[in-house]
Design a protein around this ligand. Structure first.
Ligand SMILES: Cc1cc2nc3c(=O)[nH]c(=O)nc-3n(C[C@H](O)[C@H](O)[C@H](O)COP(=O)(O)OP(=O)(O)OC[C@H]3O[C@@H](n4cnc5c(N)ncnc54)[C@H](O)[C@@H]3O)c2cc1C
Ligand code: SF4
Length: 321
């Protein structure tokens, strides 16, 4: 690991001012420190943001504000999150392990990097790690990688479970940068790879995530994660859904998919089919089919198409029951 220096941020402005090309924010360190050990991230200086006063989960007039340094475990267990946004609590609890969730922060979770094996191996080319070097995953090991929205340059997936729930909930991310504060919606924070897979998000260098806010949501929500083993594994496919049904008809729905794209994928085609449709398995299948009609699977991950379709239908059936 490259030697580095460390400081604790005293305030947001100081933390932002400290960032340059070789300085990075440190949250719980559960992703960044691994990447430093692998030589993928090589900061000279770390600014620890975990003591900034952003750890609270607070009620707002129309929802909830979750501070960016709140730990994943604390957010998952918070009574207001469990009552109002169970899909978020379930998504958080499906990720990593208890020990990791005790360290991992909300800001760091959103900005965790892909688990593509070539990205994590500095002896291999990778457009995300070294722009222009190539994408060996496209012809190589891509079983776990994207079926939607990928490009010739990169077929990686975003690994966060929490981000999928936040995409379904239409969360807003609050950031503090050199030019002041701004708010970015999810989806909208993460980027499709296009020809710049090295840029995971729309954040400018040095922008600090300070909070995530959630608005009112009608209906019931659930998170379903399909993975290789029952725990401690990233999603092959996941579904976050919120369904509002009245008199047997879908009044509203919000669906997002994980494990299928470079971003938490909001299933807008499926949502459009469902609004106003009967809350039946036939309609759920039609909606899932409409979303997955855009899929472009690679040689070894076509299984994700029926997997995602079935996961959407099962989740919606449970919510409608
Ligand atoms: C073995 C293992 C299994 C895992 N399984 C899962 C899983 O199944 N599902 C899942 O979703 N996740 C999983 N994870 C990933 C885990 O959730 C992330 O590592 C964690 O959420 C990252 O949070 P952190 O606070 O530790 O971030 P860090 O590692 O500290 O930081 C990650 C990135 O975010 C930046 N950053 C941190 N805070 C801020 C901020 N406030 N503003 C701007 N930038 C910031 C850092 O500079 C860094 O680039 C797993 C991790 C491990 C090690
Ligand atoms: S899929 Fe993306 S992260 Fe993986 S090797 Fe290709 S460019 Fe790198």
């Amino acid at each position: 690991m490259r030697p580095f220096t460390y400081e604790r941020a005293r305030d947001a402005a100081g933390a932002v001012a400290a960032i340059d090309g070789e300085t990075m924010f440190l949250g719980g360190g559960t992703n960044l420190v691994d990447l430093m050990r692998l030589g993928v991230a090589r900061p000279r200086h770390l600014v620890d943001v975990t003591r900034l006063p952003y750890a609270a989960v607070e009620e707002t007039p129309d929802g909830l504000r979750i501070g960016a340094t709140a730990r994943n475990s604390d957010v998952a267990a918070h009574s207001l999150v469990r009552e109002r946004y169970p899909v978020l609590s379930q998504a958080l609890l499906s990720g990593a392990s208890g020990q990791l969730r005790n360290l991992a922060t909300i800001g760091g979770n959103l900005l965790q990097r892909t688990r593509c094996p070539y990205f994590q191996d500095v002896t291999k080319p990778c457009n995300k790690r070294r722009p222009g070097s190539g994408c060996p995953a496209r012809e190589g090991a891509h079983r776990n990688l994207a079926i939607l929205g990928h490009s010739d340059a990169c077929v990686a997936t975003h690994p966060s479970d929490m981000a999928v729930a936040l995409a379904a909930l239409g969360a807003q991310v609050h950031v503090h940068g050199r030019d002041g504060e701004r708010t970015i919606p999810i989806p909208g924070l993460h980027r499709l790879p296009g020809d710049r897979p090295d840029r995971d998000t729309v954040l400018e260098p040095g922008e600090l995530i300070t909070a995530v806010t959630l608005g009112p949501v009608a209906g019931r929500g659930a998170y379903r994660k399909v993975r290789e083993r029952a725990s401690f594994a990233f999603a092959l496919v996941s579904v976050a859904a919120v369904l509002d049904v009245g008199d047997g008809t879908v009044r509203d729905c919000r669906i997002a998919l994980g494990g299928v794209a470079h971003v938490p994928w909001r299933a807008e085609r499926a949502e459009a089919v469902l609004r106003g449709a009967p809350a039946t398995e036939t309609a759920f299948r039609e909606a899932a089919g409409a979303e997955l009609s855009a899929a472009e699977p690679l040689r070894d991950n076509a299984f994700k198409v029926p997997l995602a379709r079935n996961a959407i239908v099962r989740t919606l059936l449970e919510l409608a029951a």
